[in-house]
Write a protein that binds this ligand. Structure first.
Ligand SMILES: NC(=O)c1ccc[n+]([C@@H]2O[C@H](COP(=O)([O-])OP(=O)(O)OC[C@H]3O[C@@H](n4cnc5c(N)ncnc54)[C@H](O)[C@@H]3O)[C@@H](O)[C@H]2O)c1
Length: 447
């Protein structure tokens, strides 16, 4: 999922806009040197292979080209054109084929980037871990709660580096937000809101079927693996997000980014105790299993979180942290901190029912008891990533660095599993038309 960067001109306008609104404004373009992806660590070269070189796999390879301490040494994909597209994306000829297993047998491979459809994450990741490889696995970590725990246990049993691919966890804007949140400047944050809304067929996964797609150019059997068996169906292969057998709809596709960003900024690393969803399928009635509007309210430790994704209105992407002292809003790759006016104020509204005499006395006493407040509010602060900023490159660089140093990553199997569980709870609540609760002891969702 791409987050738009602002241009320098947008950024200057934004600072001026905040100043016009009455508060002092400070706009900071975050420092490109934070793009560790441009430099690499300068140490060992990480030799990696990519499994799944479709839409995301190719994007990952385009970003991985910028990360100098990693080198692609092989790819695998079930669809012939995607194999070629992967090599094109990286700009290098390496061995490719349909079967990923021979890649895992290679002793010269350190790490694997997994970008297959969600229902295959568990199979592919378990095979990678059993072969002793470190793994970057695309989001959402799991297709089911059981898959998530099987993967978590395997990562820990094999003592491997494992990073889930919600790239905003390595995004410099989210890092800044996390720093501000941790400083306590927002005051107590009890409510967090997020949405990703778009209004186009592509935004609702109605992807075109490539003209050469067929049962000959695609290994359909391997795509299904242990999903319910059915004849070759290109709609299911290319639009797998729409179907429960392979994807998780809006929750697994888009909530997971909002949840990962929320967990990263707030430091909440837990499954929600409760989720309640509503929504509807009104426009994209093309045989899909999932709604095109999903709204979920979550109870997290210390905060209520409200998310929605709408495929019928281009409301954009935003996460807002509402604190007692300030509001922090992240919109695309721009972050704004707006202070709350917490200066003491004399009562106004309810004095409408008081007599002039009583009102005067109250106000005189109030002003006598309260010294003049500070003349102005704190500054509205804005931070943005530079134009062209690529958080996926930073996320890959972070993974390669961990493969080299063996230092833990933030978006590990526990973090990724928590975000995925919240996605599954949203869907369970929607489909069962009931509240979904998380049973930590039983590691299951109750609806
Ligand atoms: N982080 C992000 O912003 C982001 C964006 C898009 C997709 N994703 C995630 O990336 C993953 C892939 O999504 P996509 O949009 O690229 O889907 P896609 O259908 O375009 O690509 C998936 C590819 O995986 C291949 N594949 C499936 N099973 C395989 C196997 N056993 N061996 C080899 N190849 C196999 C398929 O042939 C296909 O080409 C999903 O988990 C998705 O949720 C993440």
């Amino acid at each position: 999922m791409k987050t738009p960067s602002m241009t320098r001109r947008d950024f200057v306008r934004l600072g001026a806009g905040a100043a016009v609104a009455g508060a002092a404004a400070r706009a900071t373009l975050l420092d490109p040197p934070a793009l560790a992806a441009q430099t690499g660590t300068g140490g060992r070269t990480i030799r990696f292979v990519s499994i799944g070189t479709g839409i995301r796999g190719c994007d990952l390879l385009r970003s991985a080209r910028k990360v100098k301490n990693g080198v692609l040494v092989g790819t695998a994909d079930l669809y012939d054109m995607h194999q070629k597209a992967g090599l094109e994306a990286y700009g290098k000829n390496v061995p490719t084929g349909r079967d990923y297993r021979p890649l895992l047998d290679r002793k010269d491979v350190d790490a694997v980037v997994v970008a297959v459809s969600d229902h295959l994450h568990r199979h592919v990741v378990l095979d990678c871990l059993a072969a002793g490889k470190d793994v970057y696995c695309e989001k959402p970590m799991s297709h089911t709660v059981a898959d998530g725990f099987a993967m978590l246990e395997a990562v820990q049993a094999n003592k491997r580096i494992f990073q889930v691919g919600s790239q905003r966890v390595s995004n410099i804007v989210y890092k800044k937000a996390r720093e501000i949140y941790a400083s306590g400047r927002l005051g107590e944050v009890t409510y967090i809101e997020g949405h990703t809304d778009r209004n186009s067929p592509s935004g609702a996964w109605v992807y075109p079927i490539p003209p050469d797609a067929s049962a000959e150019t695609i290994d359909w059997k391997e795509f299904l693996r242990d999903a319910p068996q059915r004849p070759y169906d290109p709609v299911r292969f290319f639009r797998w997000r729409c179907f429960k057998d392979y994807g998780e709809g809006l929750a697994g596709d888009l909530f997971v980014h909002l949840l990962s960003g929320m967990q990263y900024v707030s430091g909440i690393n837990a499954a929600p105790s409760r989720a309640q969803s509503s929504g509807s399928l009104t426009h994209f009635k093309d045989g899909r299993d999932f709604p095109d509007l999903l709204v979920t309210l979550y109870d997290y430790p210390g905060a209520t979180v409200s998310l929605h994704c709408n495929q019928n209105n281009a409301g954009g992407d935003q996460t807002i942290f509402y604190g007692k002292e300030a509001t922090l809003a992240i919109s695309g790759n721009t972050l704004t901190v707006t202070p709350q006016d917490t200066r003491p104020q004399p009562e106004g509204y309810s004095l409408n029912g008081w007599t002039a005499e009583a009102k005067k006395q109250y106000l005189n006493e109030w002003h006598a008891a309260h010294p003049a407040p500070k003349a102005s509010l704190g500054e509205v602060e804005t931070y943005a990533a530079p134009p062209g900023y690529d958080d996926t490159a930073d996320h890959i660089a972070n993974f390669f660095r961990a493969v080299e140093t063996r230092q833990h990553v933030t978006e590990d199997e526990v973090f990724g599993n928590h975000a995925a569980i919240a996605c599954h709870m949203a869907n369970d609540s929607y489909f069962h038309r009931n509240v979904a609760t998380w049973d930590e002891a039983a590691k299951t969702i109750k609806v």
